[in-house]
Design a protein around this ligand. Structure first.
Ligand SMILES: Nc1ncnc2c1ncn2[C@@H]1O[C@H](COP(=O)(O)OP(=O)(O)OP(=O)(O)O)[C@@H](O)[C@H]1O
Ligand SMILES: [Mg+2]
Length: 323
């Protein structure tokens, strides 16, 4: 089940539902761990091919010399001792063939794939005749394919053939509102093993992290917590330190006793600015504040004493709302 209450995930589910009725080739793009394979399985499940097989091929793991036999099959006795076998295209007959990491195919392999897509037929290695193909293709990539095309690493004609319908799975840091429901869902998977719940502080800390490995990384972090947590209610100390990074810093330095809301806001603004690699415009967008407000927050605490800071903030630098 594709979980998520964010607007982007709702839109994605609606797109998948609409795609079910078609037979178009689909390209699923997104960073690693965002849920591309799950999206592909959903497209298959809502299509008229749902009863047919879903065959996944990891293109990055295909050995160049065996690639053709793997994808297209090989005839008996093509070489001495070779046993005939079906290729992935044949195995996916009547169903869906999922070409994962399609951006990693060599140029030679891309040419072969293009030929199959153009002819809509497949020929086994050592075979004399081609068979018509009745397979829907869904490809996925976590590398920007268009960039690979521009670098000459990916064939433009294959790109256009694959990318007619593109489904984009956004990274988790762009849909943080999905974190709580994903946590519930992922913890629920281990329910039979151990019933564990996450407290509000855990949800808050998980929501503050940037998740370079996206949902897959969240899944691993929760697995570890389910396995090792001493109590059935997870606490902050059940989370690995890399996940707690920003959250801890903020808590320790921002939530000290006696710290004002301004000190806290200023600290947080610096963290976000750091995360945006010093790009103030992006930091403003993420914080949803004006440029003017950001500057005021950054000025606050910049080497001045506590009293000075207060003075500089009250001298016409609002910390809330856009001017
Ligand atoms: N929206 C979601 N709802 C529920 N589970 C999800 C969601 N997104 C991802 N997952 C889970 O996260 C894990 C990773 O998803 P998936 O394998 O589909 O990602 P991927 O983009 O193909 O990753 P990779 O780039 O590593 O191949 C899977 O266990 C999947 O079930
Ligand atoms: Mg995958």
């Amino acid at each position: 089940m594709l979980v998520g209450r964010s607007e982007v995930m709702q839109r994605l589910r609606a797109q998948i539902a609409r795609l079910g009725a078609t037979h178009f080739t689909v390209l699923v793009t997104g960073e690693s761990g965002t849920g591309k394979e799950l999206v592909a399985r959903n497209v298959h499940a809502v299509s008229s091919r749902a009863r047919g097989p879903f065959i996944a091929v990891n293109c990055a793991a295909l050995v160049e010399s065996l690639l053709e036999a793997e994808l297209f099959g090989i005839e008996e006795r093509t070489a001495t001792g070779v046993k005939g076998r079906e290729g992935k295209f044949e195995l996916a007959e009547g169903g869906t063939l999922f070409l994962d990491e399609v951006g990693d195919l060599s140029l030679a392999a891309q040419a072969k794939l293009l030929r199959v897509l153009q002819d809509l037929s497949v020929e086994r290695v050592g075979g004399r005749q081609s068979r018509p193909m009745d397979t829907r293709i869904i490809a996925a990539t976590n590398r920007p394919l268009l960039e690979r095309v521009q670098q000459g690493m990916f064939r433009a004609d294959l790109f256009y053939r694959l990318s007619g319908v593109e489904l984009v799975v956004p990274p988790l840091r762009e849909r943080r509102e999905d974190v709580p429901i994903l946590v519930d869902h992922l913890l629920g998977r281990h329910q039979r093993l151990r019933r564990v719940i996450a407290g509000a502080d855990v949800i808050e800390a998980l929501g503050a992290f940037d998740w370079p490995g996206n949902v897959r990384q969240l899944e691993r972090v929760l697995e570890r917590a389910v396995a090792l947590a001493p109590a059935s209610r997870l606490t902050i100390s059940d989370l690995p330190s890399e996940v707690l990074g920003d959250y801890r810093t903020m808590q320790c330095e921002g939530l000290e006793r006696g710290r004002s809301l301004r000190a806290w806001s200023s600290r947080y603004a610096r963290l976000v600015l750091d995360r945006c690699e010093g790009n103030r415009r992006r930091a403003c967008d993420e914080l949803d504040i004006s440029y003017h407000t950001l500057r005021a927050l950054l000025r606050y605490g910049a080497g001045a004493s506590h009293g000075d800071r207060r003075a500089s903030m009250s001298a016409g630098s609002p910390i809330d709302g856009r001017p």
